[in-house]
Structures are given as C-alpha cells and as structure tokens.
Design a protein around this ligand. Structure first.
Ligand code: NAD
Length: 551
C-alpha cells in the first residue's frame, strides 16, 4: 500500500525515464517532496500552508510510474495532483500539462473547495508546489531581498542599516524575510507561533538568533540598530497578540509587514488557541476556527495600521491578510498598500520576474558555473551581480542545487540558451531545468497582490494567465500549469507556470529561445495594455509587437 515515505530526487546522469524532459519532471516532482525542501512532506505539503505536489500517495506513485514510461511524443495530464490521462501529442508539446485547484467562479471559495477536497476530488496546488518547481526558501529570497531593497531606496537612503523591521511568519516563504533584511543591512524581529519554524530558519542560516521574550527581542534589536549591525531575531508567539503589544509599547519599528499563512484562515493561529491544539481545532471546528482567525487577523492588521499612523513604512506581503481582516469587519484594512503596486510593478513592466533554475546533476558546481555565466552575460547589472555573489556565499541549498535571479524580457532567453550550450559542451555535468514562480510579470491575475491597483482597473481580468499558459504550450515548454487560488487563496487568483528543460540538444535550444522570450513577453504586453509607460518603451526598444499600436 502506498503511504508516506521519504522522497528524494535521483542525482547524476543515469535516466530512469525515456528522456530528459520526462526525467526532469520526475526529479522535480520528487524534489518538491524532499524533506529538505517540503514543509510537511509526509502530507505531500510543500509550502504555503497546504500547497501540495500530489493529491495523495497513490497519485504520486502513479505519476512517478507514468513519467518513467512516458514517450517523447506523449503528454501526461494532471488534474489537481492526480494523473488522469496520457495522450499522444508530439515532440514540441509539453510532457506534462497540469491544472490545479480550479473552480468555476461562483463556487470558487474555501468552503466548496474543502468539501471537494474532503471527497478526494481536488487539492490545493499553491503556485510552485503543484507545478513542481519549488526550490525551497531561496525561491522567494531574491524577490524579498529586492522588495526590501526597494523599501530602503524609497524611504531610508538606499540601506536598511539603522532600521528595525517587524514581521511574522517564518514558514517556507516567510522564512526568507530575516535574511533578506540582513542582506540589506537591517535588523528584523520575526514572530512565529511554531517553535519548529524558528529552529528550522536558524538551522538553514536564514535567521540569526532566537529571543527569549518580546522585551529581549526589542533589546537585541535596538542594540544592533544603534550599532548599524545587521541582525535577525526570532520570537515565539502569536502575531495577533505581539504586534499590538509592540505598538502599545511604542516600539521603535521602522518597517512592518507580515507573511503568516493568512491567505488560508485555517492556517492562521487564532488568539487564545495553543499552537499544539491548532491542527485538531481546525479539523474539528473549521467554521469556528475561521471566524476566530479572521478576528485575530483584524487585530493584527489594526496594529499594522497603527504603526503606519505612527510613521512606519507598512505593506501587505501578498498573503491576503488585509482581505481577511476586512471580512472580520475591520474597516481600515486596506489603509496600507500591497507590495506589488508599492515596489514591484515597474520591474514587471520590463518583463522582469523570478527566473530560476535547478541542476539535475545534484552537483553544486553546476550552479556555481551558471552563476559565473550570469555574471558574464549581464556585467552592467550591478544589483544582479551583488545578489549572485551573496547568494553563492550565503544561500543554503535545499534539495537539488538551484538558483534564482530576476531577469527581464530579452535576458531570460539569453541565459537559457547559454545554459543549454553549457550542457551541450559538458561544462555542466547534466541538464538543468529552467522555470519561474507563478508570481511573475504576465502569468497571474490576483487583485490583492500581483495585479492590485492596475492603472486601467483591470485587476481581476484573468485572460492573461490563460494566454500565458497557452503561449507556453505553443512555444515548447516541458511542462505547463494553470492554477487557481495560489498565494492569496480561493477565489482571489488565477495563475500559470512553465518549466523548460535545457538538455543540451538543438531542439531544446529552439524551445528555450521561444519560451523564454514569449513568457516574459506576456508581462510586457499585459502592462502595455494596462497603460504603463515603462512597458511601452520596453516594447518599442526591444521589438515586442503590439497590434493595437501598429498600423
Ligand atoms: P507557511 O505555511 O510555510 O508558513 C506560515 C507561518 O506562519 C508558519 O510558520 C506558522 O506557524 C505561522 N503562523 C500562522 N499563524 C500565525 C500567527 N497567528 N502568529 C504567528 N505566526 C503564525 O507559509 P509560507 O509559504 O511561508 O507563506 C506565507 C504566506 O505568504 C502565505 O499566505 C503565502 O501565500 C504568502 N506568500 C507571499 C509571497 C510573496 O510574494 N510575498 C510569496 C509566496 C507566498
């Protein structure tokens, strides 16, 4: 009988599938569930509350078995984590097509989703969990680093030195926050109610120390701030209690955000519940739990707004906490902005986003070689160089060695083609997979996050991620996914992903050139369509065709 067991992707060049495209999907599925990578591998949960890689262990086994025998002209279809068919296609077609957590509009809420999930009919795929391109906390680290760098540029003269950031949530994604703040030379106080999350981040060197109490955390923070010394401090507790407490103490906080799993009210610890009782309470009384979690989030958000009123830089970090607080009746929940309109959108206009790759060899030397290639390809980009060097020194690999950096239109294809050449020449010891987060410039509709406050009001138009998935299929990606609900929860987002394998063949080179041009190209055209000047000039300079601007 199939059940929980440790999973780890094979390394090296020996294939257990019929080709590298299938082998890559197989290894990345397994890699997502590697205990070094996944937050709760025994439950098939990769990150983001309940984001899963497979619906159940039987489905996992069936996907492994199918990928091992899948031919070069076949495509496996995955419906919310379960393989439901194999169809004959052709060699340019993706080897896997994935649709996760999609529900028809009027039914797209957590209640209906959970009813269907309990019947075994669906699963929550988050973004890169169910599409097999999660690379551990590093995946979010660079984006978080860039966001805090943008905060520093906007408010603090280009550095976080001498400032204190307050946040909560040290999970798979939120765990990147402390390191991103210290990489920008700041001090961070990070609250989490799960002692394991704090220990794990210390073990992985994302978090520096754990404080014994809130007072202790403040003392450590102010000392480090005064010495302009970067330091990240974990503190155990409920953010809905500790953030208001810090506000009442007039704590000298400069920046406030949050990355608890607020998008899923069953994953946010309500006030008055012990962490140890959280799972059973959520399972036994989901409606009660949801109501109390939302009320607690309202208190949490109210304190964040209080910090904003007191002059701090406050932003929502993409977890929907404002929406949940509003549902609990807190009227000023949207007093602070989301991080995308505040800091990230200009990058999206250039087709920039979280480009990432993983070495199927398992050899960190392959990533070091690709790092050198990136530095060589983009010598003029100083912040990219700073990131690549710091990442090489400070990022702990989880599972297969991987790297992320934000690249734009006209850059991703160059990097991808170089990697493919490096596989062909033997400079890399095995193929690499090239993918990205679904949080990208042209792949997501998410009115509380990536598409919040679009210039033309098109926040909720979801044609764009559908077009994105279709153009990636048409361009030759190795696997393509279309999800609902990632990041911000059911009913609030629709998003697409692609992964393309650089196996060193000329065919892979052709596919990479198209996919890695057209995929970020979606970001450029989406933002031209919404009326952003930067996107207009990128399209004009780099030759992106926009029919409505022609003729
Ligand atoms: P996770 O489930 O791995 O971690 C969440 C953490 O929050 C856990 O460690 C949990 O113990 C803690 N927590 C829950 N309730 C708490 C409370 N009341 N007080 C203190 N701690 C509490 O989730 P994750 O992968 O780290 O993602 C966190 C959130 O960020 C999600 O909502 C996710 O959708 C969102 N997210 C944002 C971005 C972004 O771009 N900013 C990217 C990915 C995910």
């Amino acid at each position: 009988m199939s059940g929980p067991r440790p999973v780890r992707a094979p390394r090296g060049t020996e294939l257990s599938a019929r080709g590298w495209q299938q082998e890559a999907a197989l290894r990345m599925l397994q890699n997502n569930l590697d205990p070094e990578v996944a937050e709760h591998p025994d439950k098939l949960v990769v990150y983001g509350g309940t984001g899963k890689a497979a619906r159940d262990w039987r489905s996992f086994d069936a996907m492994v078995r199918t990928l091992q025998t899948l031919k070069q002209d076949e495509t496996m279809l995955v419906q919310s984590g379960r393989p439901v068919g194999v169809m004959q296609t052709h060699e340019w077609a993706p080897r896997v097509l994935i649709a996760n957590s999609n529900l028809v509009g009027d039914w797209a809420n957590w209640e209906e989703f959970r009813r269907l999930e309990a019947l075994g009919l669906t699963m929550y795929g988050q973004m890169t969990a169910g599409s097999w391109i999660y690379i551990g906390t590093q995946g979010i680290l660079q984006g978080t680093y860039e966001t805090f760098a943008a905060v520093a540029a906007k408010r603090f003269g280009g550095t976080l030195a001498g400032t204190i950031t307050l946040t909560a949530g040290l999970g798979g994604m939120g765990g990147a926050q402390p390191l991103a703040v210290t990489m920008n030379d700041g001090v961070a106080i990070c609250i989490d109610c799960d002692p394991r999350a704090i220990e794990r981040r210390i073990e992985h060197r994302y978090l520096d120390v754990k404080a014994d109490s809130l007072d202790h955390a403040l003392q450590l923070a102010t000392e480090a701030r005064d010495a302009r010394r970067p330091l990240s401090i974990g503190v155990l507790g409920n953010a809905a209690e500790l953030v208001p407490q810090l506000l009442a103490m007039n704590a000298p906080i400069d920046i406030v955000t949050d990355q608890t799993s607020a998008h899923d009210p069953l994953a946010y610890l309500p006030l008055g519940i012990d962490f140890g009782d959280m799972a059973s309470y959520a399972a036994e009384k989901p409606a009660d739990f949801t109501r109390r979690a939302r009320e607690s989030m309202a208190k949490h958000v109210e304190a964040m707004v209080g910090f904003q009123d007191a002059g701090a830089e406050v932003f929502d970090y993409g977890n929907s906490i404002r929406g949940e607080a509003q549902l609990a009746g807190y009227e000023r929940a949207f007093a602070f902005p989301g991080f995308v309109p505040a800091y990230i959108r200009p990058l999206f206009c250039e087709g920039k986003g979280p480009f990432r790759w993983a070495a199927l060899s398992g050899d960190p030397k392959d990533i070091a070689a690709t790092d050198r290639a990136i530095l060589d390809l983009f010598p003029e980009n100083e912040s990219l160089a700073r990131w690549i060097k710091m990442a090489g020194e400070r990022v702990h690999f989880q599972g297969l060695p991987a790297r992320i950096c934000w690249l734009g239109y006209g850059e991703r294809d160059r990097a991808g083609e170089r990697f493919n050449d490096m596989v062909a020449s033997g400079e890399l010891s095995a193929p690499v997979v090239i993918g990205r987060d679904h949080l990208d410039c042209g792949s997501v509709a998410s009115p509380y996050r990536e598409t919040e406050a679009m210039l033309d009001g098109s926040d909720a138009i979801a044609d764009w991620p559908l077009l994105n998935a279709m153009v990636n299929v048409a361009s030759g990606a190795s696997w393509v996914s279309l999800h609902h609900g990632g990041g911000v929860g059911m009913g609030r987002s629709i998003h697409a992903g692609q992964v393309t394998v650089a196996d060193g063949t000329p065919l892979a080179g052709e596919k990479i050139r198209r996919v890695l041009t057209n995929d970020p190209g979606m970001g450029v055209i989406r933002h031209v369509d919404a009326g952003y000047d930067i996107a207009e000039s990128v399209a004009a300079d780099r030759g992106v065709r926009i029919p409505m601007r022609e003729g």
